[in-house]
Write a protein that binds this ligand. Structure first.
Ligand SMILES: *Cc1c(COP(=O)(O)O)cnc(C)c1O
Length: 425
């Protein structure tokens, strides 16, 4: 029998068509958008203390549905989850120079939100199996100036909330959950993102459900919720007439979400459970087969938790395989598998952190008096994340495609073909 020539070496690719893009926008959304347009009222927000300070009918309806779905006291929608992260950190009273511990394995906005309040990001390493922030690294990074932890529920599963909440209690810290990628998954029976003091989700068009752009903030704390609503909508000009006496971080923004987006969001939320179930089915089908391949490490799901597979993460065991991750992923791509990425973010390695130039050019906030100790962003502070990024981690953008059984079969065939030609140690 002749070996099948790999596509990267000039052979026929396993997959010779383009996968269908994932799309959840249908006639339900179209119908509800038409209804909003007919009213002529695309946003009902008023930036002064008034009934309409909290937004229009679709904003309120969407927030009510979100409260029920996520089983929380309060839901506040905003125009992106980046805005949501800024709002969330302001709402918990972050002060200039406070240190906030954040996972380096995340989207850049998680850490930028800290800088927006002139606070100091301190990067923690991740767990080697789930890729979520490592509680041991959190504790190692605590200083007298630490105020909060941002736990990122990366790729679709929750961080280790039992341990993180215990650390927060011990050191009197606030916990914020960035569950942008994990709506519809559960941590020990609780919706991911809801166990923190404040948490939230992204509604950008890459995520499981979306409104084009948008974000959801959730909290069981009414005081925090009030601050969220103020920061969302021009706080400084409202607090006088609202008789708010607690002034810290009452710098407001226009982070309001429109009526059209909320009308879409209401329909999208109804679909979330079935979308997540389908992603889980696909992931399970992939995992069952890929587990047969020596030296390939399939996703690990935390005990008593579920994963929503925004991203399907994989690792190569270099103790078994005598080929680089680069070579393997290039070969898989050549076979026609789309949406493969080598490595993932190490936010501390971005130029802004490496050169400590954020606001202006003199090193603010790190060189200013508000920053009370030397903060290191040197390579080496997050060895697990760095090593995964540089040599063993790769992923498949599971949420980006509408995958049918035939696609899954061919993904497996492509892996099998590449694995058939690997050298093992
Ligand atoms: C998508 C994402 C964000 C940002 O959300 P936007 O709605 O795009 O602003 C933040 N954190 C993580 C982990 C994300 O995946």
């Amino acid at each position: 029998m002749t070996r099948k020539l790999l596509a990267i070496e000039g052979g026929q690719p396993t997959i010779d068509y383009v996968f269908e893009k994932f799309n959840t926008i249908g006639i339900e959304e179209e119908k509800s958008v038409r209804e909003v347009i007919k009213t002529g009222n695309l946003s009902n927000f008023l930036g002064r203390w008034d009934n309409n300070f909290f937004g229009g009918p679709k904003v309120l309806e969407f927030e009510n549905q979100l409260k029920k779905y996520f089983k929380v006291q309060n839901a506040v929608v905003v125009n992106s989850w980046t805005s949501g992260l800024v709002t969330a950190l302001g709402s918990v009273g972050i002060q200039p120079g406070d240190e906030v511990i954040v996972s380096t394995w995340t989207m850049s906005a998680t850490a930028t939100a800290i800088l927006q309040w002139n606070a100091i990001p301190v990067f923690a390493d991740i767990e080697d199996d789930t890729f979520c922030i490592d509680p041991v690294s959190i504790e190692n990074n605590i200083s007298p100036y630490t105020k909060a932890i941002i736990a990122v529920d990366i790729f679709g599963q929750s961080s280790n909330m039992d341990k993180i909440l215990a650390i927060a209690k011990k050191y009197n810290l606030v916990v914020v959950s960035d569950a942008a990628q994990a709506p519809g998954s559960f941590y020990k029976g609780n919706p991911t993102g809801t166990l923190a003091h404040v948490g939230g989700f992204s509604l950008n068009y890459h995520k499981h459900i979306h409104t084009g752009e948008g974000g959801i903030i959730v909290t069981n704390d009414d005081f925090i919720s009030e601050k969220l609503q103020l920061i969302r909508n021009h706080a400084e000009s409202v607090i006088g007439s609202k008789s708010t006496t607690n002034l810290p971080n009452m710098i407001g923004n226009n982070f309001r979400l429109g009526e059209i987006e909320c009308a879409i969001g209401i329909e999208q939320l109804k679909k979330l459970d079935s979308i997540v179930s389908r992603k889980q089915e696909i992931a399970q089908a992939l995992t069952e087969r890929l587990n047969e391949l020596d030296g390939l490490i399939t996703p690990v799901v935390r005990e008593n938790c579920t994963h929503s597979y925004y991203v399907y993460p994989l690792k190569i065991n270099l103790e078994k395989i005598a080929a680089s991750r680069e070579r393997i992923v290039d070969a898989l791509r050549a076979e026609g598998i789309p949406g493969l990425s080598k490595g993932y973010a190490n936010i501390h390695m971005l130029p802004m952190y490496q050169s400590k130039i954020a606001y202006g050019n003199s090193g603010f906030p790190w060189t200013s008096d508000i920053c009370r100790r030397e903060i290191s962003y040197q390579r080496g502070i997050c060895p697990t994340a760095e090593n995964l990024h540089e040599s063993t981690f790769f992923s498949f953008a599971l949420c980006a495609y509408e995958l049918y059984d035939n696609d899954i079969d061919l993904i497996y065939d492509a892996f099998k073909k590449v694995w058939g030609q690997l050298k093992f140690k």
